[in-house]
Write a protein that binds this ligand. Structure first.
Ligand SMILES: *Cc1c(COP(=O)(O)O)cnc(C)c1O
Length: 476
């Protein structure tokens, strides 16, 4: 399996050579040259597999330059009940992504049982182990610099902590994360983890990271890498749980299932699209946004009008507060028949901050062929959904999952199972739960007092040179 760029400017490249990079050299995103296709026999064989076995079976079709026994070991060491230990009572932690039945035909796929209580752990935990493996083989080190408003940063830190070949420098807006989220990150005492609390907002953090990445000399000298959501390995790892959930809610491979996906950067649902392209019988991919509804507008009308980061609305589902979905180009590449010239033409507009519009072209109809429908959800919708799910099913869900469920139910069809992806546990977003239910969300064991643990972080001004100096001093 080799990888190409959505913009056509990269020779076919093996997995390990795109693993540590961000964008393709031509500014596009990396994508398999062709998707592996699974037949009926493959699905029948996969149906009884446990998570690890299934993950290996899928990933080995996408990663062929890590010897199979090594890949199997990396997968086995990642997806254990000890790592994904925050299952609800009654869920089997061995399932890694257990599926909860809300009512017949309506399910919640619990993707957030990993160390930071968000679905990002599923991919990031594997990424940490694969990074370590590849760096060790090449005798290299890597310094990861990233910006976070909450979930990505903690997920990356918990995946990379204690790995001697990797250092993490994570910038976050000082005082702007939830108390729980700051405590998760700042209480890590590992030497290779560096938290930088920037006096400013998330966009300031993001701008500093961009400035560092655009300084080619600095980047090469200090071996700066990224773990942001455009990383192909993250998308690849997320394909697995679509299969797992499909098998959990069906009896035969003749059945179709729809998935509702709370979306921001389009990484999660992109994995669902690829699972469908590989042959998993997915009927609808239901994309849910919050008030930041750029993607909903696209899937309803064909017009893609990314907004300036300054126009991003701050909502109670903050991990979906995205105005420009970084993985979206991967889907559009497939939509336009894998024609890189067409992608270049469309992104010539996007990269200038302008919109493109597919209304009135045959491409609009193809959106439905690819199974996509969409909708958006507001703060009031989230609260109402959290309350209803609590009273009707006795389950507490978080605000992002509530966005997904609300939109998912709008597109539910009789006789078709609907799986809503749970992208975080409610403990991470206590304020909204308190507002919806008037009580504190339950915390999984071990998280009871994390706000009281000693914290380690450096407060800095939003000053590129100061951050550069800080990073350089710790990379010697
Ligand atoms: C990251 C995140 C999302 C959005 O996922 P994308 O892959 O960026 O679409 C949704 N919910 C939660 C809780 C997240 O952390």
């Amino acid at each position: 399996m080799r990888y190409v760029s959505t913009r056509g400017g990269m020779p076919p490249t093996p997995f390990c050579d795109i693993l540590l990079g961000g964008l393709a050299p031509d500014g596009g995103l990396t994508i398999p040259e062709a998707y592996p296709r699974l037949g009926r026999e493959d699905l029948a064989r996969m149906r009884p597999m446990g998570y690890r076995h299934l993950a290996f079976d899928i990933l080995t079709r996408l990663i062929d330059d890590i010897p199979a026994p090594d890949l199997r070991r990396l997968v086995d060491q990642t997806y254990t009940a000890a790592v994904f230990r925050n299952a609800r009572p009654g869920e089997n932690p061995e399932d890694i992504t257990p599926v909860l039945t809300l009512e017949p035909g309506l399910y919640l796929a619990a993707l957030s049982n990993g160390p930071t209580l968000a679905f990002k752990d599923i991919a990031m935990q594997l990424l940490g182990n694969v990074f370590e493996y590849v760096l060790e083989h090449r005798g290299e080190r890597l310094n990861i610099v990233g910006a976070t408003s909450g979930d990505t940063g903690s997920s990356a830190e918990y995946a990379m902590r204690g790995k001697p070949a990797i250092r993490v420098f994570m910038l976050s807006p000082h005082g702007k994360m939830s108390r729980f989220q700051s405590a998760q990150m700042f209480s890590l005492q590992d030497d290779n983890i560096h938290n930088i609390a920037v006096r400013g907002v998330f966009d300031d953090c993001q701008d500093i990271v961009k400035a560092l990445s655009n300084d080619a000399g600095f980047k090469a000298r200090l071996r700066i890498g990224a773990v942001n959501s455009i990383n192909w390995a993250r998308v690849a790892a997320q394909i697995v749980y679509y299969f797992k959930a499909y098998f959990a809610v069906t009896r035969s491979d003749d059945e179709e299932v729809s998935f509702a996906v709370p979306s921001g950067n389009f990484g999660n649902i992109c994995a669902g699209h690829i699972a469908r392209m590989m042959g998993l019988p997915i009927r609808r991919l239901i994309l849910a946004t919050n008030e930041n509804d750029v993607l909903d507008e696209f899937f309803r009308t064909g017009r893609y009008a990314p907004r300036a980061t300054a126009d991003t609305r701050h909502t109670s589902s903050p991990s979906m507060d995205i105005s420009k979905a970084s993985n979206f180009e991967r889907f559009v590449f497939d939509l336009v028949g894998r024609d890189p010239a067409k992608v270049r033409e469309l992104w010539a507009e996007v990269d200038r901050g302008r919109a493109f519009d597919l209304a009135g072209t045959p491409l609009l109809g193809r959106l439905r062929e690819f199974g996509f429908v969409s909708g958006s959800s507001s703060h009031a919708d989230r609260l109402a959904t959290i309350r209803r799910v609590r009273s009707q099913y006795g389950v507490t869900i978080d605000t992002h999952t509530a966005d997904g469920l609300k939109v998912g139910l709008e597109h539910r069809e009789a006789g078709v199972a609907l799986v809503c992806l749970e992208t975080a546990l409610p403990a991470k977003f206590a304020d909204a739960i308190r507002e919806a239910l008037g009580c504190e969300p339950e915390r999984p064991a071990g998280f009871e007092h994390i706000e009281d643990l000693p914290q380690r972080f450096e407060v800095m001004d939003a000053d590129v040179d100061a951050v550069k100096a800080y990073v350089a001093a710790r990379c010697r």
